[in-house]
Design a protein. Structure first.
Length: 265
């Protein structure tokens, strides 16, 4: 694979410059969560010394693969705890990149493809619904495994149709939008030694968009109850704040060194 020219990254922001405030509701997130009843999680990807490549948003098929989706979601939010500390994908890497095939990550234990853990008290858990969704296009989110019923923390994103994996790996989500897929393609273009990226592809931030929407709605309902204001008026006040943010699980325990309230960020 040819190396990416350095000038392609010179104008990209560094991690410290990553925007944290939303300018309005993301219609793709709203459709996935409010209309289709799914969950949206995100990964912010950086290359090397903090160069931000972009954000990947995933729509998780919670109705078809509820156990697999919940495992992934908790590793994104920091709700899964070890020694009272949030444990999951934040600061882990994409350790494997194969152009025109897939990128693989999720091994936050060893960052080399050998780590296995799940939220269910065992290192692995069973395959789930191998029939509904297929590896039929780029951007499908699927469980990496070492054979039947060995799903854990690792996942991969397809870069092309890979139908030979159908029936062998649980497809539990997909890349949500074009901007997210562009970030996936940037990851694909990173030069590799064999299949290992020459510069770390790190997950700088991770989160769950739906949990934030639920927090906003809960806060809206609370204010409506206490102050007896019009729900429509209150909704207008927070419309500009509904979007993907760093997840509460990481923030409440001080991982980011700051705390976010239910509305003002």
């Amino acid at each position: 694979m040819s190396a990416v020219a350095p000038q392609q990254h010179q104008s990209l922001p560094h991690a410290a410059e990553m925007p944290t405030a939303a300018t309005g509701p993301d219609p793709n997130v709203m459709q996935a969560t409010m209309e289709r009843g799914n969950v949206v999680c995100f990964l912010d990807v950086g290359l090397g010394d903090g160069i931000v490549l972009g954000r990947i948003k995933f729509e998780l098929f919670v109705k078809d693969c509820p156990k697999t989706c919940e495992n992934f979601r908790q590793f994104c939010t920091g709700e899964f705890l070890q020694n009272q500390q949030p444990t999951g994908y934040k600061n882990s890497t994409f350790h494997r990149v194969i152009k025109s095939f897939m990128i693989q990550g999720g091994d936050f234990l060893n960052n080399n493809g050998t780590g296995k853990i799940s939220i269910y008290g065992t290192p692995t858990f069973a395959d789930e619904n191998l029939e509904t969704w297929r590896h039929n296009q780029p951007g499908m989110l699927s469980c990496a495994n070492s054979g039947p019923d060995t799903n854990g923390c690792q996942f991969f994103i397809t870069l092309a149709p890979t139908e030979w994996l159908d029936g062998k790996h649980t497809v539990f989500g997909k890349v949500l939008d074009a901007d997210s897929m562009l970030t996936v393609r940037k990851c694909e273009a990173v030069p590799v030694h064999g299949t290992k990226p020459q510069l770390p592809l790190a997950l700088l931030n991770v989160g769950n968009c739906k949990s934030k929407l639920q927090q906003q709605q809960q806060y809206l309902d609370y204010i409506h109850t206490v102050n007896n204001h019009s729900t429509a008026v209150l909704r207008g006040l927070i419309d500009g704040l509904i979007d993907c943010r760093p997840s509460p699980g990481w923030l409440e325990l001080g991982v980011d060194g700051q705390h976010y309230g239910p509305i003002k960020e």
